[in-house]
Design a protein around this ligand. Sequence first.
Ligand code: MSP
Length: 665
Amino acid sequence: MSQSNTFYITTPIYYVNDVPHIGHAYTTVAADVLARYRRLRGRDVFFLTGLDEHGQKVQQAAEKAGIDPQTHCDRLAPQFTNLWKRLNISNDAFIRTTEKQHQNVVQRYLQQLYDKQLIYKADYTGWYCTFDERFWTEKDVIDGICPDCKRPIERLSEHNYFFKMGQYQDRLIDHIRNNEDVIRPASRRNEVLGFLQTQKLGDLSISRPKSRLSWGIELPFDKDYVTYVWFDALVNYVSALEYKTGLDRFWPADVHLVGKDILTTHAVYWSTMLMALELPLPKTIFAHGWWTVDGEKMSKSRGNVVDPNAMVDQFGADAFRYFLLREVPFGQDGDFSQAGMVTTINSALANGIGNLLSRTLTMIERSCNGVIPEQGPAVMPELEQRIAELAGQLPGRIEAGYSTLLFRDILLMIEELNSACDEYIDKSAPWKLAKQAEARPQLHTVLNTSARALRLLATLLYPFMPQTAQQMIHQLGLPLDLSQPISDANTGWDAPLAGSRIQKGASLFPRIESKPQGAKPVSDPTTASQPTAAAPTMAPAVPQSSAHAAAAPLATPPPQITIDEFMKVQLKTAKVLAAERVPKSEKLLKLQVSLGSEQRQIVAGIGKKYEPEALVGKTIVIVANLKPAKLMGIESQGMVLAAGDSDVRGLMTLLEDVEPGTKVK
Ligand code: MSP
């Protein structure tokens, strides 16, 4: 089977019942970091992600949209592929389970198991949850409520086909017991073992009668049934290899990354399916935790779903990627908040790596004509030794971190080197050395050491922040392509670097300051997690001495912008056609406005100041080219301008009655 130099990593394939959210981005970014790291270290990597397009959830979403399921999938798929492009996801293949080749593999496997009498037909009556598409046993169900999603469930009786999963119970227990790595983290492995050792594993219904669900892969041995969506979906991990690159080269998978909620389907259903198909089992299934948002469960009905596109717009792909893996130990649950994100970006990125690069390059530019100098005599032997030691140990420590997917620990190790360099610069004060002619050799040591550390930091940061790392290498003037494997000869601590002409560029991570004051677009000022035009703005990088300081207080006055930047905001007049309150919200009003040639829906946080009826017929000013966002689950296609801060003082209107849709500037 797979050769020793290969590395196969997968994400779950995502349901196309809705647009992607932070949970999808989380797993995919984590997989990308691992894939990039392994490639950088010379492994032959195959990184697979894709979409789970069959089943009840997708069929229902299509019905709701009033279109056929395939059209629905085709419409939603680009939402995922575009997001992966924006997040710089380097997947080698993208599978969609409606692809004919995938369907063929699923049917072939089903037939194989049927021929081996590992699939049989039987009658089944049980408690069925439509939302989760699964039956529950009697003891799981209390008061007719689904133990998972808490929705009412129903009694259902039907003929189905079953996979003889139960017969693999002992073999599966042995497999998990004998291999520490098969399920990670260890706590999750114990959970699965505990469940398998105390409960009898039943057989798995792998079909759905077409009369109930038609959107699926037809069973090859019975035209009246489609395949249960999980049987179809799990097969993607091998079917994609079969028709996209060759099964033997990469199977078994090195890592299946999954969320904690879908660990059982992977650890139990998938493992036993592979046993029955006589295929090797994956080396590791890693279950990560879930994100809450501002302390609450993320859900459409709460209107707090975090849109990764908005995060990229506002903070950039690299900062978002960094935050996702820095905030929470991989495997544990975490809480997302924009405030947390701003703190991390300011302290670890703007004051951290961004500041180190900027201060080092500024000094090389000013004192060494923009050329990295040769190493001179020791200046602060203890600190220099500490940096060299850290640099020597880091690649090994980080390799160990990757083998257990401790992304946060890896980033903390990288930050440790960053801090050691900051301390070294603060204490050796190269700006003072630069003023003394006899101290030039010492100045050179400090700048050479910092540049060396920055090169190492760039290679270590590359998997997390590919664009930033390549930008660092570019600014250091080094001819290195980090998308290719690196070696000690070109990036090791002792690899040559003096003589390189730097190309100082824009600061990597401008500090993020808080809200500007004055007239501001009103969306929902209380929803911190919703990106609004009133959210953080960019300000210049911190001065040298404040590296790693805590986030600074509000900056006044707000930074200036150019006319070009302002012109990006498209302001237009709009006539309010209808207005109503958003249920359960004191602040939000839902407006229907006309822009002349088109009609828009805007959700605005002006409900404390205005009664909806008072607004109908008024001509107001809106931000017309704002990306749509959802507020309390309601789509808002623009923003209303109003004066005031968190308390709205007055809506922006016009002295004259101007045609709706007129440009405002
Ligand atoms: N289609 C199945 C997977 C089949 S894999 C053979 C599926 N899809 S999903 O779109 O519903 O979920 C995909 C992933 O998103 C899961 O790993 C799930 O854990 C993850 N998340 C959903 N909400 C999440 C958070 N709030 N936080 C982190 N991850 C979350 O399940």
